[in-house]
Unconditional design. Sequence first.
Length: 123
Amino acid sequence: MIPKRIIYKTNQFGIMLMIMTTTNNLEGKVINQYLGIITGEAILGVNIFKDFFAGIRNIVGGQSASYEKELKEARRIAFSELEEKANQIGANAIIGIDVDYETITGQTGSMLMVSITGTAVHI
């Protein structure tokens, strides 16, 4: 059984592409080389209507589906960028992943930021 904290990505043929985990090691695997810290970031703007309806949700309670959708998309982009950077430097795994979320509010609305860091390794 695969632990939930480890993501095993495979291509269309079932070949493992990248292992990603929040832990600092991989059980049963030997880390041959540490390739450095890598990051993936995504900042997505949220329009004024989403901000308005999310504000109403804050007052009356409930989930804001529009913000959740934007947050999922930002996280997907950040993880893709992280994986791409790991591939570029020859890594086949990323350990110690940390995911941070921020909301940046300005005069024209809010922006959602997802920043992901991890250590690229070769196992």
